[in-house]
Design a protein around this ligand. Sequence first.
Ligand code: GLY
Length: 586
Amino acid sequence: MRRLKKKFSPIRFIQVLSLIFPMILFLYVTPVSAVEAYPAFDPEARFHPAFARQGMVVSESVYATRAGLEVLKEGGNAVDAAVTAGFTMAVTYPRAGSLGGGGFMLIYLPGTNEAAAIDYREKAPGAARSSMYLNEKGEVDGEKSRHGMIAAGVPGTVAGLALALDKYGTITLERALRPAIDLAENGFPADEELIRSLSRVKERMKASPESMKIFFKDGGESYAAGEPLIQKDLGRTLRQIAESGPDAFYEGAVAEKITGFMKEEGGLITKKDLASYEALVRKPVRGSYRGYDIYSMPPPSSGGVLLIEMLNMLEGFPLGTYGHNSTRTIHVMAECMKLAYADRSMYLGDPDFVDVPVSRLISKDYARGLSAGIDPERATPSDRISPGGTAPREGGNTTHFSVIDKWGNAVSNTYTLNFSYGSGITVPGTGILLNNEMDDFSITPGVPNAYGLTGGEYNALAPGKRMLSSMTPTIVLRDGKPFLITGSVGGSLIITTVLQVLTNVIDFGMNIAEAAYAVRVHHQWLPDELRTERGLNADTIRLLSDMGYSVVTGDTMGSAQSIVKIGDYIYGTTDPRRPGGLAEGY
Ligand code: GLY
């Protein structure tokens, strides 16, 4: 049969085009939006996340973000970038990032399906005893556990970052330290955030002439914005680590200076404490929430266990239907928070010293039992959950950064000196600020620490033991791939901050910037108060008060540094609660 040759018709051509064009447009613009359960990146959203395709670093320091990103662009992986960022912040973010502190790094490598939790938490020196932190009346003396020479635990940061690089990285320690050495030796311009944070601790720092010499000008005058902060001694310390590895810090020239200073000034850290310090690779705690896999930090952090315990309880409530920050949502969240923080006070501590019932605490059955007791109409008074207490408040000054690379490897790292600039004491000749982490022990069971957290025997001080932490570096997977990488600062507020970043994304469909910016709430069982940031509407506060909550509206809570990966696209955001951070990708 002969095929009829059709004549070209312009009208027909336009008709066909008008059918095909919308289809092409649909396929072109919808690879992320229509096919994903997670709401699309919405250019009309109130807040705009950073956006990239290959890799991203989000941290509280512009220098650290850029140093990490440079490593990613050179072909390094997420661990290389994280270690580089971590060392850089020891120079550019001294309020939390010093080599004299400790922390946790969570790593997920999709290629090997491997997740690792690097524990580089500080340890109690061998000579430490609870009685050293009491006054003559036998009460805990915060001055001793927070501000003096005996406040410092054995630092873990150098060991932890070096271990992460050695086991999971691809670049040399020397390369990872290069930006930090450069910034320490040649300086970087002080910004308002650095100057302001230093002015807040100036009185405390006056006890350390070495700190005053580094962080203030002669005569104690503050640096002006734009003036360079040069840290020559710190530069030398970093060079020694680059040349001789972590041994320089734990056994070599730096160790000599630290232990010499301890001897002179009545500190506790000895050569043996430093030489025997080890960072550890632990198995992350793992849970699930509405189809997402959650990896987080195991003990000696309480963060991961509490996060999963709270998520398990919340899974039984349709938060998405209740609405973000509605009275019902906040009520259910606050009740779950109270139950989890009560468990924290009893059951959490260093797993090398006490038997933490992790699997029970993160089991769905256990959570169902707990949440079954939540009264939908009334707040449960904290003293009906467990014995009560009151607490002072001090700001937590930890820092978090998140990294993802072009292979989908993800790193979530939180580390700290405890308070802003730790104890405020710098070891002469090293540029190293000392942590004041001993206050995170439960020195006297039942007596709250600086965050108002009470503890029991599980977190009692013992030589060589790691103090319990709230740091919660977290990686959420969807379909086996990193989806959300987050963590926060904020002492006891860290865990509830991370919880709300997760629920804001998963339950309330926020983009990552909206999730980070949204008003937060916090309850930690003791004291029995529901804390909220400003911006929660007055009607909700009134309804919560009517339900029996003591609502306290005040300061901002936490500072989350987060990344979300959807399909080929990476979105990230630094938290506006602290200026000076940067989310940047390529
Ligand atoms: N120093 C605060 C924490 O580790 O939770």
